[in-house]
Design a protein around this ligand. Structure first.
Ligand code: NAG
Length: 372
């Protein structure tokens, strides 16, 4: 683990590695301007901090979770903190790249309220409504994020502006071919686990909220849904740190698994009921299980600690400007005490887009993009 190394050496190593990386990225961009043809006209993104690209930077309030300060973004082009809870890109960016976009579409609140930038982006590449801390339930961390239901309302308002610009037929065609990426539920489960009550009632309200969101998007013209399920919540550094042997919390993992089962059933029933709806359910849970069982196979040396943080497992604090970083950021599954590293996002996107069939059902993201 990097935390025991003398700080000066760690710092020098990081400067060297990041400057080399930056040059590679720049060189790559110049030589290969997006070799991938656009697979879909646009991508619209909904969910939580696993997908947020900066919406929360525009929310008022001290309690709003934001990744807009170093050392977030240290490996992003220009070493810029963007609002992504990652050292660089995250899974939405890598999925976007696979779809032939430059990176995740921009944050809705960075475009609105000005109509023109919003419509231009919505028509050309898409919009991200994802918000860190958000849940399926409006009550989850209420007042400090954009809950799923409100993200869907923002999409509705976006659609109205698109229609005013290019007409409803063009918008209908565009939306039916576009990729709707959703990852949400973790925050609801974390909140529930802190004060557990009736788990059956919990699942039922989560599934009903998720169903309402997908159905609303469908009614507005969305057809292709790429849904990422909830991962091994009990294995994030912040949770492991609560255990004296740094073990995962099996109860939290079970809670997530139960939700994922219900989500799987929900999607099957929605697809049976809503003509033309197609989906790919990405199994973040089992991908984490496989990865944690054999970290070396994915190039990881550490699966239990935050690369950026402090104290035991790097989990005593968030990733802060004065945090001590691990050596090779790509060798850590986790960037901060809750969120995956850029490398983990890249490997997840690869697995969901065109990885082995075990990580997506009933089709993978590539097949979903090409549907119809
Ligand atoms: C730590 O994890 C182990 C293995 O899951 C478990 O048996 C033990 O009860 C946990 N300890 C605490 C304090 O939660």
């Amino acid at each position: 683990m990097g935390y025991d190394l003398p700080m000066k050496h760690v710092f020098i190593a990081i400067v060297a590695i990041t400057s080399i990386r930056r040059h590679l990225v720049v060189a790559g961009d110049v030589v290969q301007p997006s070799k991938v043809l656009k697979q879909v006209p646009a991508m619209y993104v909904f969910g939580d901090s696993t997908l947020d690209v900066g919406n929360n930077n525009y929310l008022a309030g001290l309690d709003v979770p934001r990744a807009n300060t170093p050392l977030y973004g240290v490996d992003y082009p220009g070493s810029k903190p963007t609002g992504r809870f990652s050292n660089g890109y995250h899974v939405a960016d890598f999925i976007a790249k696979k779809l032939g976009l430059k990176e995740s579409p921009p944050a809705y609140l960075s475009l609105a309220p000005g109509t023109t930038p919003l419509v231009v982006s919505a028509l050309a590449e898409g919009v991200s409504y994802a918000s860190a801390g958000a849940g399926i339930l409006d009550s989850t961390h209420a007042g400090t994020n954009i809950p799923l239901s409100k993200q869907v309302m923002y999409f509705e308002s976006t659609k109205a502006k698109m229609q005013a610009k290019v007409g409803s037929t063009a918008v209908r065609i565009l939306l039916s071919r576009s990729f709707f990426l959703i990852s949400v539920g973790s925050n609801d489960l974390f909140v529930f686990a802190a004060a557990p009550t009736d788990v059956v009632a919990l699942y039922s309200s989560l599934i009903s909220g998720y169903s309402a969101a997908i159905t609303s998007l469908y009614n507005m013209g969305a057809r292709k849904f790429g849904i990422i399920n909830v991962g091994l919540l009990g294995c994030v550094p912040a949770v492991r740190a609560l255990n004296s042997t740094a073990a995962c919390n099996d109860g939290l993992n079970l809670l997530a698994a139960g939700f994922d089962d219900a989500l799987k059933s929900l999607l099957a029933s929605l697809a049976a009921r809503l003509p033309g709806l197609v989906y790919s359910l990405a199994d973040s849970y089992s991908l984490s299980q496989v990865t944690f069982a054999n970290p070396q196979a994915s190039g990881y040396v550490n699966i239990d600690s935050a690369c950026c943080g402090s104290g035991r497992l790097g989990a005593d604090s968030d990733c802060l400007p004065n945090s001590v970083l691990c050596g090779d950021h790509d060798q850590f599954v986790f960037w901060d005490r809750v969120h995956p590293s850029q490398r983990a996002g890249e490997l997840s996107a690869a697995a969901f887009y065109d990885g082995p069939a075990e990580f997506t059902a009933p089709i993978n993201f590539r097949q979903l993009a090409r549907k119809i």
